[in-house]
Design a protein around this ligand. Structure first.
Ligand SMILES: C[S@@+](CC[C@H](N)C(=O)[O-])C[C@H]1O[C@@H](n2cnc3c(N)ncnc32)[C@H](O)[C@@H]1O
Length: 181
């Protein structure tokens, strides 16, 4: 489906396995994804989730939301929501696991990145976990880039409300896993 729709931003397998492990740890959890894309990360979530868990994934793009709704139509406890997560997800919260993967917020100016991050964190239950992927790790940080640690690390790794770590998913990309206290 990604190829058919010319979509090139699907999650890599290593991130998929991370998502699978996170959701499997919450057998009765409420699971969510911001930014369904063409359903690659969602498929990993669905593969890893237990029958007692429920999963919502939200996608703003019409075509991507439609194909993913069809893809998961027969999956129990899985819903593909069409719309902007800021409007669609709050009534579904709180979540035990969130893959925060849509909206370009990671590369937004710091104030906007923090505001978006705060809004996502409002959706998380105590003890809930947020995963962020496709980050540039420190050893590949561009010399002419923002200072290290950047605003995103300061927010997610230096936040007293969170217990968080950054892990390499491949030699040249990383993910943050953050648990809300
Ligand atoms: C990186 S891709 C998602 C990849 C997908 N999570 C996966 O694992 O393959 C980001 C997606 O977020 C969607 N998106 C962007 N802004 C959004 C918003 N405000 N609400 C919901 N989805 C959004 C984009 O249309 C895009 O499909």
């Amino acid at each position: 489906m990604a190829e058919e729709l010319g979509f090139e931003r699907s999650s890599i397998r290593e991130v998929g396995r991370l998502l699978g492990a996170l959701v499997a740890s919450r057998p009765n959890g409420k699971l969510a994804e911001i930014g369904t894309g063409t359903g690659v990360g969602a498929a990993w979530v669905v593969s890893g989730m237990a029958s007692g868990a429920s999963f919502v994934t939200v996608e703003v793009d019409d075509d991507r939301a439609a194909v993913c709704a069809r893809l998961f139509a027969d999956s129990p406890n899985v819903r593909v929501l069409h719309g902007d997560w800021h409007k669609v997800l709050p009534p579904e919260a709180p979540f035990d696991v969130l893959f925060f993967d849509g909206g370009g917020w990671k590369r937004s100016p710091p104030a906007q990145m923090r505001a978006e991050s705060e809004r996502a964190l409002e959706l998380i239950a105590p003890g809930g976990v947020v995963a962020l992927d496709n980050l540039t790790p420190e050893h590949l940080w561009p010399a002419d880039g923002p200072r290290w640690p950047d605003a995103l690390r300061e927010f997610w790794l230096g936040n007293d409300a969170l217990v968080a770590t950054e892990v390499l998913t491949t030699p040249d990309s990383s993910a943050i896993v953050a648990v809300k206290r």
